[in-house]
Every structure is written in C-alpha cells, then in structure tokens.
Ligand binder design. Structure first.
Ligand code: NAP
Ligand code: F7E
Length: 324
C-alpha cells in the first residue's frame, strides 16, 4: 500500500523538493502551510508544478497551534512526518527570538506529542541544523562534536533536537534528527546569502541592478544542494532504527569565495558592485561550518551529487532566466 507522509513547510525550499521526491515514489503527500497575507500564487511558487497532482493534499496548519497539528495527524494517520516548517533565518531570529523559539521548538514538541498520542508507529524526521555547532572551533563537525549555539535560532533548534532524542528514548518513537549543513538551490529564499548573490549577479548582468549590499564575507559554510539533502531525509526514515545523522558535502568555502565564483562566472567584478553594510552583520556570528557526513555515507549510502560550483552555476542561471 502507498505510504502517507505529512510535510510541514511544504512551500519552503526543502519541503518542495521533498514533496517532488515522495510524489515520484508514489506517496500520498499531505503538505501543510499556514495562512499569510501573501497571495496563494506567490506563496506556492515552489510547488506550482505539483499543485495538480492527485496525490498531493494541502492542509492549513500553523505549527505553533497544537490543535491544528493534532487534527491533521488524527485525520491522515501518517506513516511518516517530516517537520520542516521553521523560522529558518538566523539573522531574523535575533529580532524575533520569542516567535522563533515558539515555532522551532514548540512546533516540534506538538508534533511529537500528536504522534505519541495518536499514531505512535509514525516515523518522525526533525530538521536539525549545523547552526547548533555554533562558534566551536572543532573542524570538521560531526556527531561527536559538542554543541555551542550562538543564536536564538540555534538554541531553539538544539532544544528541539534534544526533545527528539528524549521521545526516542522514553517512548520508543521512531524519531530521527538530520543535522544538516547549509543547502541551497534556485528555490532558496531570497534573503539567504547565496541566493542574494546569484540573484544580484543576474540582475546586474542584465542591467536591472547596480549594487549588492552584504554583511560578513569571511564566514565559511559547507554548502550543498537541497535536492541531494531531501534524499538523505527520506533515507533516514527508511532505516530499521531511528538515529541522528549529519548531512554535509565535507568541504567549506567562504561567502567571499561564493561571491567571487558567481561574479567571475557572470563576467563581473565584485569590487564594482558590492557594498559592505553593517545592517547585515549579526550580533554573534558562526565563523566556520564544515561537516563530516561519514556516518550518512556509511549507513545510508548517501553521497551528494552537487558540489559548490555546480550549485552556484545552477542558481545563477535560473536567476538569469527568471530576470529575463
Ligand atoms: P524555508 O525555505 O524557510 O521554509 C520554511 C517553511 O516553514 C516555509 O514554508 C514557511 O512558510 C514555513 N513556516 C514557518 N513558520 C511556520 C508556522 N508557524 N507554521 C507553519 N509553517 C511555517 O526553510 P528550508 O531552507 O526549506 O529549511 C527547511 C527546514 O530545515 C527548516 O526547519 C530549517 O530550519 C532547517 N534547516 C535548513 C537548512 C538549510 O540550509 N536550508 C539547514 C539546516 C536545517 P511561510 O511562508 O508561511 O513562512
Ligand atoms: O548566511 C553571511 C552570514 O543567512 C550565511 C539557514 O538555512 O543555514 C542557514 O543559515 C553566512 C552568514 O545562512 C549576508 O552572516 C553575509 O555567516 O545564508 P545565511 P546561515 O545563517 O548559515 C543553516 C545551516 C540553517 O539551519 C539556517 O536555517 O553569510 N552573510 N552577508 C549574509 N547572510 C545573509 N543572509 N545576508 C547577507 O547579506
């Protein structure tokens, strides 16, 4: 029989790629989204190509509203639940620490409780993050590395991460956390640094924009492609036992490297266009993320297909297409 999966945050980057993958595999996908003022077309742009699918059902759920989670779990009795909805912007979490914690911690706890009480054999995936490693200087960072979160975003995600482990141990629920390093794509939100750079490069090239304002160019990140990472999420829930895994490319580059590579590919010189704006600095920065995905390689057979350069070019070319 076909499986049923709930994906919270289906309109986001990862939710949309995961929905593509699960629909291809014959799942019935229950995609949840919350009502906001933006119109439906804009809100669903990442999933516009699958909206007609007969195996996709959209439900209105705000994950800070426990009742809306209980209703959807009760109604669909899912085999798998992917908790991807989040306030996912680290910079924003300093401005909205309370609502970020409400969404990123309580949204996870409500889902675990709904599963415990209504569908205890449902497998649960939690979107944990490399931001939990924060400012520690161990490199590369893996499952044995200590956590040192330095933003409200990371603190809330770390508490949720521990909650997942607690439910696994206490109630024997199949609950796995993927500690994912940065992953990007043409569907990435426009206020994350990679997309901001590829979109600006495309628009500058086409004469639609002159300037690009950025913050700290020295930060280093382990950047992969979201399409690769959603395969890892699915693999985690196909195992016999729940566990935690790191997904990363195992390589790190600075924001300056990403900027230089994209601008060079576009035939542009960053010095002619980039302005450093203190507004984009954070009160506390995560200086270097560099992941060790060896457990996922070994146990899941997971290897990313995209490297940093292929990712950057795909994003830039899609932004040129969209701006033309
Ligand atoms: P994203 O593009 O920002 O998507 C987040 C989704 O969550 C959006 O659809 C958003 O919808 C929804 N959402 C936010 N608050 C909600 C609420 N209260 N109720 C219901 N839906 C809500 O994020 P992403 O890049 O796909 O990341 C997916 C998950 O992985 C997130 O949990 C993120 O923290 C985590 N993560 C991401 C990365 C990465 O590099 N991408 C790395 C590690 C972990 P609205 O349009 O309504 O806001
Ligand atoms: O910043 C620097 C910024 O916002 C990357 C989320 O998906 O990955 C993501 O979090 C770096 C930081 O991603 C600008 O200071 C410079 O050092 O693209 P970002 P992030 O903070 O790494 C983790 C793993 C997640 O879990 C999160 O959900 O780039 N930076 N100038 C800038 N960043 C932004 N956004 N904008 C700038 O203008």
């Amino acid at each position: 029989m076909n499986k049923t999966a709930i994906i919270t945050g289906i309109t986001g980057q990862d939710g949309s790629y995961l929905a593509d993958l699960l629909l291809e595999k014959g799942y019935t996908v229950i995609g949840t989204m919350r009502r906001t003022v933006s119109d439906f077309e804009d809100k669903t742009k990442n999933i516009s190509h699958i909206l007609d699918s007969s195996n996709l059902i959209l439900e209105e759920v705000d994950i800070t509203d426990s009742s809306s989670i209980y209703q959807v779990v009760n109604k669909y009795q899912p085999d798998e639940y992917y908790n991807l909805a989040a306030q996912s912007h680290v910079g924003t979490s300093f401005k909205t620490p309370v609502s970020t914690t409400d969404i990123n911690l309580m949204g996870c706890l409500y889902a675990l409780e709904a599963i415990r009480l209504q569908k205890p054999d449902c497998k649960f995936y939690q979107a944990s993050t490399s931001e939990m490693f924060g400012d520690n200087t161990v490199c590369p960072q893996g499952l044995g590395t200590h956590f040192s979160p330095v933003s409200p975003y990371a603190c809330a995600k770390l508490a949720a991460h521990h909650m997942v482990g607690t439910y696994r141990k206490s109630y024997n629920i199949f609950a796995s956390s993927g500690i994912l390093f940065n992953h990007e794509s043409p569907r990435r939100g426009e206020n994350f640094v990679t997309r901001k750079i590829t979109k600006a490069a495309a628009r500058i090239k086409l004469g639609l924009q002159k300037e690009l304002r950025l913050g700290n160019l020295e930060a280093q990140r382990d950047w992969g492609h979201a399409k690769d990472y959603v395969k890892g999420m699915w693999l985690m829930l196909q195992q016999d036992k729940a566990d935690d895994y790191v997904l990363a490319t195992g390589k790190t580059n600075s924001v300056q490297d990403f900027l230089d590579y994209v601008f060079d590919f576009a035939g542009l010189n960053p010095k002619d266009h980039v302005v450093i704006d203190p507004k984009f600095y954070r009160p506390c920065e995560v200086p270097k993320l560099w992941g060790d995905p060896s457990k996922a390689n070994r146990k899941l057979g997971w290897y990313p297909e995209y490297d940093f350069k292929r990712l950057a070019i795909e994003m830039y070319e899609e932004d040129v297409r969209q701006a033309t």
